[in-house]
Design a protein around this ligand. Structure first.
Ligand SMILES: Nc1ncnc2c1ncn2[C@@H]1O[C@H](COP(=O)(O)OP(=O)(O)O)[C@@H](O)[C@H]1O
Ligand SMILES: O=P(O)(O)OC[C@H]1O[C@](O)(COP(=O)(O)O)[C@@H](O)[C@@H]1O
Length: 330
């Protein structure tokens, strides 16, 4: 089973404001409300791609109830631990000339609720995959993902960590199966500049040296870079298309990577499925369907790697997408 954990589920309130003016009354031309939070999005996208998962997390107040209702409506198997104070957060996403996000801190999680989660996770075994994704409420320590990984040491569960700063840094020594920082998160992790492909590669190598097995760096419309478990470098531009809403693209990428890996046990396929899922979501109002993801997966075969995306000498040379893209069976 694949388990996802979202410490901080959200209702994502997306507003389209053609011309956003600071300090003025702006009026939106459209709005939408979706369940959100990184683990939740991974679970929904996995389900879209035909993989069952259980979404674990915490839910509080009327917003928490609405998140659970929306998950049920979307066929997502969720088991949330109720919090008896506060409300699950509402994150605001403003779509204008640029995308602006305001993510709230989330309600306090008391130690009894936390222990309940820990006990559920104790059942994870070698066949399971656990995705720890997203931010945590301020009241939790920044080693909470590390605590879970330490507790599960010996269970041989493959653990994916999609987080930022200390939350990610502290988890690396427990050898997560996959981490997926974007370039800004890589910069934050080591206090380095990641403004060239070479620096991004160096940063990704450092994450691998610090313990992660697979390091997937997402680069928005510029595509992604993967250093896989065998030390091979994969790079690819993203398929081109019209950006509609990139919220959830990173989470879709994690789900696509896992789906591709589970299907073929091949990191080239996993990488390509990750990009396809991320981009397919960026081109929709919300998370993409399987048909939309497979369309981008096929389209990626038409692309050649960008010139600047060449592998480092010590890694196996990158093949062109057409050589490295076995069919992803639909
Ligand atoms: N504007 C875009 N055009 C095409 N693909 C995109 C776009 N934005 C995101 N993607 C796809 O989604 C993936 C994850 O997006 P990214 O923005 O890097 O993640 P995150 O939301 O975690 O920062 C990218 O690697 C790319 O494949
Ligand atoms: O937990 P965080 O870091 O505040 O992020 C939560 C937000 O990220 C999302 O999960 C989307 O993440 P990505 O765009 O990186 O895929 C939203 O649904 C949610 O509002």
């Amino acid at each position: 089973m694949i388990y996802t954990v979202t410490f901080n589920p959200s209702l994502d309130y997306i507003v389209w404001v053609p011309k956003l003016t600071d300090g003025a009354t702006n009026r939106s031309e459209a709005q939408a409300l979706y369940p959100g939070g990184k683990g939740i999005n991974v679970s929904i996208m996995l389900s879209n791609l035909g993989y069952a998962s259980k979404a674990l997390g915490f839910s509080a107040g009327f917003t928490g109830r609405e998140i659970e209702r929306l998950l049920e409506e979307n066929g997502c198997d969720a088991e949330f631990i109720p919090l008896h104070q506060g409300n699950s957060r509402i994150n605001i996403k403003i779509k204008s000339a640029q995308e602006t996000e305001i993510n709230a801190p989330g309600p306090h999680i008391p130690s009894e609720a936390l222990n309940e989660l820990f006990q559920r996770l104790d059942a994870c075994g070698p066949e399971d995959i656990l995705v720890l994704a997203g931010s945590i409420p301020k009241s939790l320590p920044s080693d909470i993902y590390e605590q879970i990984m330490l507790r599960l040491r010996g269970h041989k569960t493959r653990i994916v960590v999609d987080a930022t700063g200390d939350l990610l840094k502290n988890a690396l020594k427990y050898h997560p199966f996959l981490v997926k920082p974007n370039a800004a998160e890589l910069e934050e992790l080591y206090g380095i500049r990641c403004d060239t492909m070479d620096k991004i590669k160096q940063g990704a190598m450092r994450v691998r040296q610090d313990g992660a097995l697979n390091v997937l760096v997402s680069l928005g419309k510029d595509g992604a870079l993967l250093i896989d478990q065998h030390g091979r470098l994969h790079t690819s531009p993203a398929p081109s298309g019209t950006l509609v809403n990139s919220v959830g693209s990173g989470d879709s990428m994690v789900a696509g990577f896992l789906a591709g890996y589970l299907k073929e046990q091949d990191y080239a396929v996993a990488f390509r499925m990750g990009i396809a899922a991320g981009s397919a979501t960026a081109f929709q109002e919300w998370l993409a369907t399987k048909a939309q993801v497979l369309k981008e997966y096929q389209a990626l075969k038409e692309y050649q790697p960008l010139k600047e995306y060449q592998p480092l000498k010590e890694y196996q040379p990158l093949q062109t997408p057409s050589q490295t893209s076995p069919e992803f069976p639909g």
